[in-house]
Ligand binder design. Structure first.
Ligand code: AKB
Length: 318
């Protein structure tokens, strides 16, 4: 990777991935793009930035050519709960944007990364230690677009030789950008509310396990996979990766170690709970660890210590 075009760079992942890539590859070599502009954004001011609607394939191609990009990191997509509320838009954006980005990669001979998700699984998938290769019959529009995306990336690799790679991200937890409409977002909100209000009302029911990962591990995973030896990659487009699996009362117990008065209540949202019920309890990421050396530094304990510390500073809470 030398010159990288990132779509959706102001989203939850993009707004941390772009500064991370700029540190490694040089600020001028990372071209951030997003459909909107946010005044004063560090991502926009820290290097090249272009307004781009990923449904505009022509403009995407022009940007790739203008900066002579050799890699596309395609992040622009709707998350699960929003996709379920707006299924037609989710199909249009998640699939149309991906198709355009793959075409631009093919035409410009770019390497390609895009994330899939634990949402690519469904209720007929084995729930515990979900294998890399298994049943994938998701029941959400988000999941349908994720499985279709995995297949489309495989197709572009086999048919056109595009160097496509990807991971199935679990819920990502971060203190930088707020997530936008995911099912796993309770595990981000809870830290804000713990510090600001000392309590949290969870929309996910006690006992609902989902895989999660702290953002620094996710950023390292993207770079490590893209820099790995292609000859060792058997799966390429949709590696299971995970750092931890927990349910709401476990994250609450971990927070209580730092804020002893913290209280958790439950008011389950049937839509997001319904989505979570179809996702795995825990996934098996042996293939990622063996094929390209995926590793995580953070677990629930050291993530909680770190995120509370960082959020205290961000929110100016003593
Ligand atoms: C979501 O909850 O939609 C995402 C995901 C797991 O893909 N965080």
């Amino acid at each position: 990777m030398k010159k990288i075009l990132v779509t959706g760079c102001l989203g939850q992942i993009g707004s941390e991935l772009v500064p991370h890539l700029r540190k490694i590859y040089g600020a001028d070599n990372i071209v951030g793009t997003d459909i909107r502009k946010v005044e004063g954004s560090k991502v926009i001011e820290g290097g090249p930035f272009e307004i781009l609607d990923v449904l505009d394939a022509k403009k995407m191609g022009e940007i790739a050519k203008k900066y002579k990009c050799d890699t596309i990191v395609h992040m622009a997509a709707l998350l699960s709960a929003v996709a379920e509320a707006k299924p037609a838009l989710a199909w249009e954006l998640n699939m149309g944007g991906l198709f355009n980005a793959l075409e631009v990669a093919r035409e410009n001979k770019c390497s390609f990364f895009t994330p899939s998700s634990i949402g690519a699984f469904g209720s007929t998938t084995p729930k515990a230690k979900t294998p890399q290769d298994t049943i994938q019959r998701p029941e959400t529009m988000y999941g349908v677009t994720k499985v279709s995306g995995e297949l489309l990336c495989d197709y572009y690799h086999k048919k056109f030789g595009v160097d496509t790679r990807g991971v199935r991200f679990p819920g990502l937890i971060s203190y930088v950008a707020p997530p936008g409409g995911g099912t796993t977002d309770y595990a981000v909100d809870i830290y804000y509310k713990a510090l600001q209000e000392g309590k949290y009302n969870s929309y996910i029911a006690e006992g609902t396990y989902m895989d999660m990962m702290y953002m620094p591990d996710a950023l390292n995973a993207v770079v490590k996979l893209m820099e790995s030896n292609p000859e060792k990659l058997i799966h390429r487009n949709a590696f299971n990766i995970t750092a931890m699996s927990f349910e709401p009362s476990q994250i609450a117990a971990e927070i209580k170690k730092h804020i002893s008065s913290f209280e958790m209540t439950y008011e389950v949202d049937p839509v997001r709970q319904g989505i979570a019920n179809t996702w795995p309890d825990s996934i098996d990421d042996t293939c990622a660890r063996e094929e390209w050396g995926f590793e995580n530094k953070y677990n629930l304990e050291n993530m909680t210590t770190d995120i509370l510390d960082k959020l205290r500073k961000k929110l100016d809470i003593k």
